[in-house]
Each structure stands twice: as structure tokens, then as C-alpha cells.
Design a binder for this molecule. Structure first.
Ligand code: ADP
Ligand code: MG
Length: 372
């Protein structure tokens, strides 16, 4: 009996010691893992905290531009970063002087005045802008067309006062619309309009070009991480913020206030993203709203159930042109386009009966998108 008691006691003790040893080892392993994880998080936090970051703002093209620029090293001078931003904006102002159709002495205004009478000489910026515009015109089968100028005028968008045009006036105006009426001579560096009354309008691509310019200037200065906002409609994410995979951008419903939940959230890294919608600039005719994006093939303001169209690609010019085109094209044509061009990511926010729906194209990774 005593023996048995002694044996039980000793087995219990061994078992207890074993439990203590295993428990201690587990505790040790846990604290090791936690301290590693913590030190990784702390290192990242310290690193991103110690990198200088500046914000530089500027108004151009009737838009609030904003640059968020990170230095590459903790010792980088914030004032130098700010100076890079200010210098970059100087070239955006120069670009605006050339391509604005609202400045009477700009090259764009000269083209609109004279190119129906004779070929007009082009700067290299203007030539490349026209070449790119032609490329997106063909790629989108005419949904993106900078020759919408006469239609913008006809519907009263330029005067910000809507007028319902007669069918006759619409058909007459459509004769002066279509990039195929433009003769672009890249050798001679000239442009010629083959129809009278034609006018180009860079409203759907100019901001993208400005952001590409800003990104190129900052990259040349050695900046590796910056977010470039052209209002909220075109954004370039240069690299990523420290310790993050990319820049997080919310897509908001154009009908809701800024603080309401976004309809989608995407991450961009070395990419440009543009969103087009008809509701931030519009005219009213007989209490009906018409958005500022027109279908150049019908001459009518777009109305196809798309509330907003977002395009994500590698350059600002392309994202700007494509978001405008996608807004015009509607769901099925966008689906076909994105199937053909796998490098183009797109988010469409559409009406679906009485509801709304968010459609994603070419988002391979589920984690890349976050529907709200
Ligand atoms: P935002 O200027 O708000 O970023 P967009 O990039 O979509 O919006 O550009 C809309 C502007 O583009 C219009 O105000 C007009 O100047 C011009 N535009 C309208 N319809 C078209 C079209 N189908 N193709 C090219 N440009 C267009
Ligand atoms: Mg655009």
C-alpha cells in the first residue's frame, strides 16, 4: 500500500515536472515570436516615422493639385523635398499655358482658331498629346475623342448653362466631330482640321499629362515614394509609402458626402488611377441633369447606368483618357476592353435596377479589392 502510494506520488511528480518543462518552453517560444514580431513592427514604424514627408499644394487646370513626398533617408532635408515639388509645379504651369483651351494665347486656342484654315505648327508637348489622344481614340473605338469641343459648346457646358439642342443642330454639329477629321503630320509637326468648326478639348486627358510630368520630375530628383493628386479624379502612386505595399485610394460615390463610406478601396503602386463621373460637372435642362461627358458618336451626354468609371494603368495620360472612355462605353464594352487589355484594371460603379453594384475587372488578387 505504502509502496503503491510512493509510486503514484513519484509518477505524479514526473508528470508535473514534464508539464512545467513543456509550459516553460512554450512560454519562451511565445515570447521570442512576440518580441520578433514587435521589433519588426517597431522597426517599420521607426523607419517610416523617421523618413521626412512633405505636402506641397498648387492650383492649376482649375484643380487642386497635391504632392505627398517622402524622402529616401531620415536625414533628407524636408525643405529640399518641398523645393522639388514647387519646381515640378512650374512645369505644370508651363504645360497649362500650352494646352489650355481657356487661355486665348495658348497653343491649343491657336489650333482651335486656325487649324481649319491651314496646318498649324506644334510644340513637342502638343504633338505628343495629340498623338496619344489619337491612340486612345482608336483603342476605344471613338468613345474617347478630344474633338468633342463643338458638342460641349452646343449643349452649353462651356457657358455652364444647359440648352437642349434640336436634332438638326445636333446632326450639323456632329459633322465637325471625330478625330478622323484631324490630319496629324508627325514629320512636319503640324495639325490640320479637314472640317470647318472643329475644336479640340483636352479636359479628359490634360490632368493625366500634368501628373505624368510631375511624376517624371520627382523621379528624376531621386524620389521613390510619393502620392500625386490631381484633385480626386487622377492620382499617381509613385512607389509606395514606407512599409506599405502601395497607396490606398478610396473610390467614393459621387452622390455621397466625403465622410460617407467609400464604395471601393484599391491599392496602387507605381500606377496611375483616374475616376470619371457625370455628376461633379453638369448642366440642367428642364430639371434634368446632364453630366459633362458626352458620347462623341451620338452627340448626347452619356447615360448608360455607369455612375463612375475608374481606370488603373501605368500612366496618368492613359488612366485619364480611359476613365473618360469607360464612362462612355458602359459595362459590356468595358468588359470586352478589359478582357483584351489585361494590364488595365477597372472599377465600375453602376446602377443595377434600384440598387447599385461595384464591378471589378482584371483584379486577380481578391485582397486587392475591398467592396464596401
Ligand atoms: P475630370 O475632368 O472630372 O477628371 P474627365 O477626365 O472624365 O473628368 O474629363 C471630362 C472632360 O473631358 C469634359 O469636361 C470635357 O472637357 C471632355 N470630354 C467630354 N466627353 C469626352 C469624350 N467622350 N472624350 C474625350 N473628352 C471628353
Ligand atoms: Mg479623363
Amino acid at each position: 500500500m505504502q509502496n503503491y502510494f510512493w509510486m503514484k506520488l513519484s509518477t505524479d511528480r514526473t508528470f508535473r515536472n514534464l508539464i512545467i518543462i513543456v509550459y516553460t518552453m512554450l512560454l519562451f517560444a511565445f515570447s521570442l515570436i512576440t518580441s520578433f514580431a514587435l521589433s519588426a513592427v517597431q522597426a517599420e514604424a521607426v523607419e517610416s516615422q523617421s523618413l521626412p514627408v512633405v505636402v506641397v499644394r498648387h492650383i492649376a487646370m482649375a484643380t487642386d493639385f497635391e504632392l505627398i513626398i517622402y524622402g529616401n533617408h531620415p536625414e533628407d532635408d524636408p525643405e529640399a523635398l518641398r523645393e522639388y515639388g514647387r519646381e515640378a509645379f512650374v512645369s505644370v504651369d508651363k504645360l497649362e499655358d500650352e494646352i489650355s483651351i481657356w487661355r486665348p494665347n495658348s497653343q491649343a486656342s491657336r489650333i482651335n482658331r486656325d487649324a481649319s484654315s491651314h496646318p498649324v505648327k506644334l510644340s513637342s508637348d502638343m504633338l505628343s498629346l495629340l498623338n496619344e489622344s489619337e491612340r486612345y481614340y482608336h483603342k476605344t473605338e471613338g468613345a474617347f475623342d478630344i474633338t468633342v469641343g463643338p458638342l460641349m459648346e452646343l449643349w452649353g457646358f462651356t457657358r455652364k448653362q444647359g440648352i437642349q439642342p434640336s436634332e438638326e443642330a445636333l446632326q450639323e454639329t456632329l459633322k465637325s466631330v471625330g478625330f478622323h477629321h484631324i490630319q496629324l503630320d508627325s514629320e512636319e509637326r503640324t495639325v490640320y482640321f479637314t472640317r470647318a468648326g472643329m475644336r479640340i478639348d483636352f479636359g479628359g486627358i490634360g490632368k493625366g499629362m500634368a501628373l505624368d510630368r510631375l511624376a517624371a520630375i520627382l523621379s528624376n530628383q531621386g524620389i521613390k515614394s510619393a502620392r500625386l493628386n490631381g484633385g480626386s479624379s487622377t492620382i499617381i502612386g509613385l512607389g509606395a509609402p514606407p512599409g506599405k505595399p502601395g497607396w490606398t485610394v478610396d473610390i467614393r460615390s459621387p452622390y455621397n458626402s466625403e465622410d460617407s463610406a467609400p464604395v471601393a478601396r484599391v491599392t496602387i503602386c507605381d500606377e496611375a488611377m483616374s475616376t470619371s463621373s457625370g455628376s461633379e460637372r453638369y448642366i440642367e435642362i428642364d430639371n434634368k441633369r446632364y453630366g459633362h461627358i458626352l458620347d462623341p458618336r451620338t452627340g448626347w451626354p452619356t447615360s448608360n447606368g455607369v455612375i463612375s468609371a475608374t481606370a488603373i494603368v501605368s500612366t496618368g495620360m492613359e488612366s485619364d483618357a480611359l476613365s473618360t472612355a469607360f464612362f462612355v462605353m458602359g459595362e459590356e464594352a468595358v468588359r470586352a476592353y478589359c478582357n483584351k487589355h489585361r494590364n488595365v484594371r477597372c472599377v465600375l460603379f453602376v446602377e443595377s435596377g434600384a440598387e447599385t453594384e461595384v464591378l471589378y475587372f482584371n483584379f486577380d488578387d481578391e485582397a486587392e479589392k475591398e467592396s464596401r
